[in-house]
Design a protein around this ligand. Structure first.
Ligand code: C2E
Ligand code: CA
Ligand code: CA
Length: 635
């Protein structure tokens, strides 16, 4: 239809007055080319393989090209501009073929020179988040823009914004300087100083107050809280696993998440609250004094609910959760530094205990944090100082009462604290990435131990090794295991790898592929802690596994709870129907062992049979006579 094809002039944004004021404040409109900007458009043209790249500032009636690569005119009318359309939305505007887009098909720059067919415009924002215009690329051929190219355009646009911001700051500082030299009026000086302060105190990405501004405000607020003798709260908010968002979806998506979090929080803020961005994914909230504890709690719940949302970026939904740490004035600190530091400690605690929650500060968290930081530091050298070692806990065949194998368990003999539990240091190793070299070490050590026992003439039994999610997904487990099996000639099926359910949830496709490769090596795979995670049997069916380990919490409850007993019975039956072997862990008493045997469970492991043993003790356990004795005595 003809009417569909009629060129559309861009609408005027609702915040046009504010937008034009922000554009005016940049002192860029109508100014000539500058090398720093031209460098960016040249890069855009080269990197994205387009003849034309522009920095277009959208004024009241015209668009002004601050930088032009491959394009002559210095300005053009707004009502036939592409950029006028682009600034109406927050999403980048990509027009793959303008001749097929009703907004542009009969646009003079499509029909005539420069014969635009392809256009992609990334919005440029002022410090206070008004849209100034775009960094755009143009081609006279239709084309598409891939996800990665879009991310590159985004990064370049951020460079333009930073340049605008710095230039603006320099101009304001110069004006202030000149004003002081020339004895300008107080009002003029105040205006220039205000402009400098604003630019210094705002974060360019979100337009929020930055750390510097926060510290000033928090000090003023504390004085006020003290005078009025009101309780108040400082909250630190952090995006959970933000690094993973950046790694998986790119920095452009990461930025989008931060802007989305900002918007969510802003919607919940009152006039007296302050929101600041203090680091990459760190936000701080100064909450106006609540009426009482319940009111504070209710506000925190609303804030957390509002940010636990999902952001769409380049056709993908990224779900985000945040952790909040809260320090209360005056009991958790009476000055800005203490309050901020304690809120931050509480936030770290919230993250370490799973995230997506709110945590009030408690002094014990500080001690924990100090210990944790010390351990983290010392863990770096634990391998080379040979402080790590493995213990081996026997697994018993429930029906025959004989030794069925061992589980290797990691230990750290700390020079000061003695033996530190893996439950404490494995999460630290995971978070810092140290789990990859540590995991390598433990896989090598366990397999060499198996070979050692064999060489000493002891019977060959399966040994299970725990693999953490990060080691599994980031390390080269397949290469490592393959290499070690070849080197030691250990029979592959004797090596069992215990994986957790959460591991396969983190990146299902990739973990499935790795599991298949391990299976091809002939290694046995088992799912650890079954029943504590999310996975269902329907899900397990898709995984190439051999074994299931029922979590010790079920075993613990079995004797007193008929429910737990029924659950274990059902798990065993379902597992058997899928040809999976079932191991129960954490068996501590004879009644538990008996109850398990009645369910048909295949193997059991626990203090009832044996504590984890040092390698030497485990070796003697393997020697035929004693092993049989223990097995029979307690089967
Ligand atoms: P897990 O894999 O579930 O290991 C079983 C844990 O239960 C071990 O604790 C073991 O000592 C303990 N246990 C054994 N029998 C009993 C019992 O009868 N009663 C009770 N209450 N507990 C029993 P441990 O060695 O402290 O390990 C704790 C967790 O640390 C392990 O849980 C595993 O998640 C992790 N971990 C241990 N070694 C490694 C390792 O080599 N690599 C990785 N990635 N994680 C490891
Ligand atoms: Ca395990
Ligand atoms: Ca377990």
């Amino acid at each position: 239809m003809r009417s569909d094809l009629h060129m559309m002039t861009p609408q005027i944004p609702v915040d046009e007055a504010r937008r034009l004021a922000a554009l005016h404040a940049t002192s860029l409109f109508g100014t000539g080319p500058e090398e720093a900007f031209d460098r960016i458009t040249r890069m855009a043209s080269k990197l994205l393989h387009v003849p034309t790249a522009l920095i277009s500032l959208v004024g009241a009636d015209t668009q002004w090209f601050k930088s032009r690569c491959g394009f002559d005119p210095q300005y053009g009318p707004r009502d036939t501009s592409f950029c006028g359309h682009a600034i109406l939305s927050d999403e980048p505007m990509v027009v793959e073929d303008a001749s097929k887009d009703p907004r542009f098909a009969d646009n003079p720059s499509v029909l005539g020179t420069p014969h635009v067919r392809f256009y992609a415009g990334m919005q440029l924002y002022s410090v206070d988040r008004a849209k100034l215009g775009t960094l755009c690329i143009i081609d006279s051929e239709p084309r598409a823009l891939g996800e990665e190219e879009l991310a590159e355009l985004h990064d370049l646009a951020r460079m333009v914004e930073e340049l605008i911001h710095h230039r603006q700051l320099a101009i304001a500082a110069q004006q202030l300087h000149d004003g002081l030299q020339q004895n300008a009026s107080r009002a003029q000086l105040a205006a220039s100083a205000g402009q400098v302060e604003f630019l210094l105190n705002h974060d360019t990405l979100t337009g929020l107050a930055n750390r510097q501004a926060l510290l000033g405000t928090i000090r003023d607020r504390i004085t006020d809280w003290q005078q009025r003798q009101v309780p108040a709260a400082v909250a630190c908010l952090n995006v959970d696993r933000f690094k993973r968002v950046n790694d998986a979806f790119g920095h452009a998506a990461g930025d989008e998440v931060l802007v989305a979090v900002t918007r969510c929080l802003q919607a919940e803020l009152g006039a007296d609250d302050l929101l600041a961005r203090t680091g990459s994914d760190e936000f701080v909230l100064l909450l106006s004094p609540p009426a009482d504890e319940a009111a504070l709690q209710a506000r925190l719940v609303r804030l957390l609910d509002s940010v636990n949302s999902s952001v769409s970026w380049a056709g993908k939904d990224i779900s985000i959760t945040c952790s909040i740490g809260v320090a209360r004035f005056p009991q958790d600190g009476e000055d800005a530094d203490t309050l901020l530091s304690n809120a931050n400690t509480a936030m770290r605690h919230a993250k370490e205990t799973g995230g997506a929650r709110t945590q009030y500060f408690a002094p014990s968290q500080r001690r924990e944090l100090v210990r944790r930081m010390a351990l983290e530091h010392q863990l770096h050298r634990a391998i080379e100082r040979e402080e790590l070692f493995l213990q081996y806990q026997p697994k018993i065949d429930l029906q025959g009462g004989t030794l069925a194998g061992f589980e290797a368990l990691l230990r750290w003999r700390h020079p000061v604290h003695g033996v530190v539990s893996p439950e404490e240091f494995v999460p630290i190793a995971e978070e810092t990435g140290l789990i990859v070299p540590i995991g390598d070490w433990l896989v090598r050590t366990a397999i060499r131990q198996m070979a050692g026992w064999h060489a000493a003439g002891l019977p060959e039994v399966p040994v299970a090794v725990n693999l953490s999610a990060r080691q599994f997904l980031q390390g080269d487990v397949v290469g490592l295991v393959g290499e070690m099996l070849a080197e030691t000639q250990v029979a592959p099926h004797l090596l069992e790898l215990e994986l957790t359910e959460s591991l396969s949830m983190a990146d299902p496709e990739r973990s499935l592929a790795i599991m298949r490769e391990l299976r091809e090596l002939g290694v046995t795979l088992s799912i650890d802690d079954f029943g504590t995670g999310y996975s269902s049997f329907a899900y397990l069916k898709r995984l190439p596994i051999d074994k299931l380990k029922i979590d010790k919490s079920f075993v613990n409850d079995m004797v007193h709870s008929s429910d737990a007993r029924a659950i274990v019975q059902a798990i065993v039956a379902m597992a058997h129907s899928m040809h999976l072997h079932v191991v129960a862990e954490g068996v501590e008493s004879a009644p538990q062992a008996l109850a398990l045997r009645e369910t048909g469970c295949d193997q059991a492991q626990g203090y009832y049979y044996s504590r984890p043993l040092d390698a030497g003790e485990a070796g003697s356990f393997l020697a035929p006579a004693p092993a049989a004795k223990v097995g029979i005595a307690r089967g």
